[in-house]
Design a protein around this ligand. Structure first.
Ligand code: UD1
Length: 416
């Protein structure tokens, strides 16, 4: 297992290239299962979650080549419909094969994903939607067993907006007989991207980008040829890095329109953000307090909550950060406090008293975004910080230490 060794206090300067979005490439890979033949996905990021998804598809019979950022997926010989526990337990997003496999085979066996380090993450909405399309669902030995002779269109109103459930039900519905309406559908850019991908494959979908998706079932789909949208969470993380370390960084290949809430909060925190073809973030390291409430898109993303708390830990005043999406996603707080931050968590709110300085220490990553927040704090902290158990970070950030090194940070990966 590796760790990061960071010597903080160096301002960042230069250009960083934002990669393809993890949360867009994973459903795109799953969608390739809907058609028999060769799909290609460009601008695919080199992430462990992508390798895990490829591993899962290979176990189903797909052949995959990943070269120069392009995934070539041949699904002609897919002949299995089981997503085993060993794979699903390492990545919840494996559950994205549920929709495509029930659509293609009329049956599917998917291991229940279980909890995360920061709490239970149910899939009841996924199952509710698939059931509405006519599948019989049973739970057996930790597996979801779904079967349907034919799926048929249905009116599906989600009680809560869910990215994963919308994606799964959408993929199941595109070849279901008749019309499906999904109400309270997620409108995250990654879902809009999935919807557009399905249309490229021949699906008939109206209301793209809205919370009301109307699908007219088609009998078959063509393979997918697409380019992955930029990762707004990677972009937001680098913006926060530029802000906390101070300096001036330029983000290339980011999509500013997906980052409106983040840009607005950065500006409220006294950070200069210029938006054109590129995003330019400039900071003298003086951060103003700016409260955040995470929300569904276009609100402030929960996937940037940990990074925002790291930034606010050195703000000139007090801040409240409330997570309305995942109530107990705060495992990074205890670790940030080891670096000298002053943060208390009550229910789903973090109360942050800005401190003058953070001091290097040994800290432990507990999940993907928590790891990012500890790296950000380490960039600011005096002396040396060691971030342990960093395997989480490789799930969702491509070569984060190399990108930070190129901006002048002192960060290196070392064996434990
Ligand atoms: C996706 C993202 C994740 C992000 C999250 C919220 C991927 C691979 N992951 O996760 O990075 O943090 O969106 O933007 O895209 N819920 C239920 N029942 C369900 C499903 C969800 O109650 O069946 C609840 C969840 O507990 C949560 C809320 O709905 O409170 C939103 O979760 P959801 O949008 O489904 O998140 P994911 O798709 O798992």
């Amino acid at each position: 297992m590796d760790k990061f060794i960071i010597n903080g206090g160096k301002p960042l300067e230069g250009t960083v290239y934002i990669g393809g979005a993890k949360n867009a490439v994973l459903p795109a890979i799953a969608a390739s299962l809907l058609a028999s033949g060769i799909s290609t996905i460009s601008n695919a990021p080199q992430l462990r979650d992508v390798s895990t998804m490829c591993h899962l598809l290979r176990s189903l019979g797909a052949q995959i080549v990943f070269k120069d950022g392009v995934l070539t997926i041949d699904t002609a010989n897919v002949n299995s419909f089981e997503a085993p526990y060993d794979i699903v337990k390492t990545m919840r997003a494996s559950v994205y094969v549920l929709g495509p496999l029930i659509a293609r085979f009329g049956k599917v066996l998917v291991s229940l994903p279980g909890g995360c380090a920061w709490g239970p993450r149910p899939i009841d909405l996924h199952l509710f939607g698939i059931k509405k399309l006519g599948a019989a669902i049973s739970l057996d030995k930790g597996y979801i067993n779904a079967a349907a002779d034919t799926l048929h269109g249905a009116e599906i109103a989600f009680a809560k907006s869910s990215v994963g459930a919308t994606g799964n039900v959408l993929m199941a519905a595109v070849t279901a007989k008749g019309k499906t309406v999904i109400r309270n559908a997620a409108v995250e850019p990654e879902i809009t991207s999935l919807t557009e991908n399905l249309v490229k494959m021949g699906a008939h979908i109206e209301g793209i980008g809205t919370s009301s998706l109307k699908i007219s079932g088609v009998t078959s789909l063509e393979p997918l040829h697409t380019t992955v949208i930029p990762d707004r969470i990677e972009a937001g993380t680098f913006m926060a890095a530029g802000a906390i370390a101070g300096g001036k960084i330029i983000l290339k290949n980011a999509e500013p329109s997906h980052l409106s809430a983040v840009i607005e909060k950065m500006r409220a925190a006294g950070i200069s953000v210029k938006v054109g073809e590129e995003i330019i973030v400039e900071s003298d390291g003086n951060i103003l307090p700016a409260d955040v409430l995470t929300d569904i898109y276009p609100g402030f993303p929960t996937d940037l909550q940990a990074q925002w708390i790291a930034l606010m830990s050195v703000a000139k005043g007090n801040t409240v950060v409330e997570d309305t999406i995942f109530f107990d996603r705060f495992t990074h707080v205890a670790e940030l406090n080891r670096l000298g931050a002053d943060i208390n968590v009550e229910a789903n709110k973090a109360y942050i008293k800005g401190v003058d300085e953070l001091k290097g220490a040994h800290v432990m990553s507990t999940d993907l975004r928590a790891s990012a927040s500890l790296i950000l704090a380490g960039l600011r902290a005096k002396n040396q910080t060691e971030v342990h158990r960093i395997y989480h970070i490789d799930r969702g950030y491509e070569s984060i230490e190399k990108k930070l090194q190129a901006l002048g940070a002192s960060i290196r990966r070392a064996p434990e």
